[in-house]
Design a protein around this ligand. Sequence first.
Ligand code: PAF
Length: 287
Amino acid sequence: MIIARSIKKIREVILPLKQQGITIGFVPTMGALHEGHLSLIKKARIQTQFLVVSIFVNPIQFGPREDFKVYPRRLSRDKKLLRQAGVDLLFYPSASQMYKQDFSTYVEETTLSHVLCGLSRPGHFRGVTTVVAKLFNIVTPDISYFGQKDYQQAQIIKRMVADLNFNIKIKVLPIVRDKDGLALSSRNSYLDKISRQQALCLYRALQRAKALIASGERDAVRIKKNIRLFMRKFSLAKIDYVEIVDAETLREVKVVKKKVVIALAVFIKGVRLIDNMLVDMKKGRFI
Ligand code: PAF
């Protein structure tokens, strides 16, 4: 596996490959890799010829009171996992490589970014779209892979790619869960034993919503109310939001029809966790 720390080095590797028509797959990450990341990498390994993974804990997507400083950093373990997964190149830039001191250009999606997590994490998605746009320009992938766990992020990236004419296909792959249903996240490592148990409220609430819809409930307000009531059983859970939104526009819906997403964000002892379920009413699928 090639390790590139500079933009110059990665360009030297990628350019000749592009000239030979080799397809480049790209999985951007912030490291502390888990099975969720590895599922993206596995798919990318099959679908593309040269596979790039980036590890960069992007400072500009964290708010001033968020966890940038303590975000888990596990480089040597990550490198091992990436080698085992057959990754061709790891791009692992420093913050100064990505952001020069006089950096002053940002990429901002202005509609989808201002709902759900965008409300409680102002500036977060601007940081994400800026770094992903930069990484796309540096890596120049043909296909890039994202997880459904960050559903809103994936929709915003898709919109950015369409709006700014990046010639890149975006693939969004299903959420990977622990045996008991908890969605994998690098932030799960912040949870102590009791919090880990309480964190199950997200998955269980989604399962409850699924059961309600399967039994014929279509009223989004009633479903959300039911979820909020259910969450009360989890004494450490502090709801940030419970929303049911259109899967494309992310606008709140009143009735569950066509394709909607049930999206949750919950604090467990200060650790903010998100989860979601895509409901495709036409196909009768809950993803
Ligand atoms: O999902 C993440 O890990 C990050 O938001 C991303 C896409 C790597 C950008 O920093």
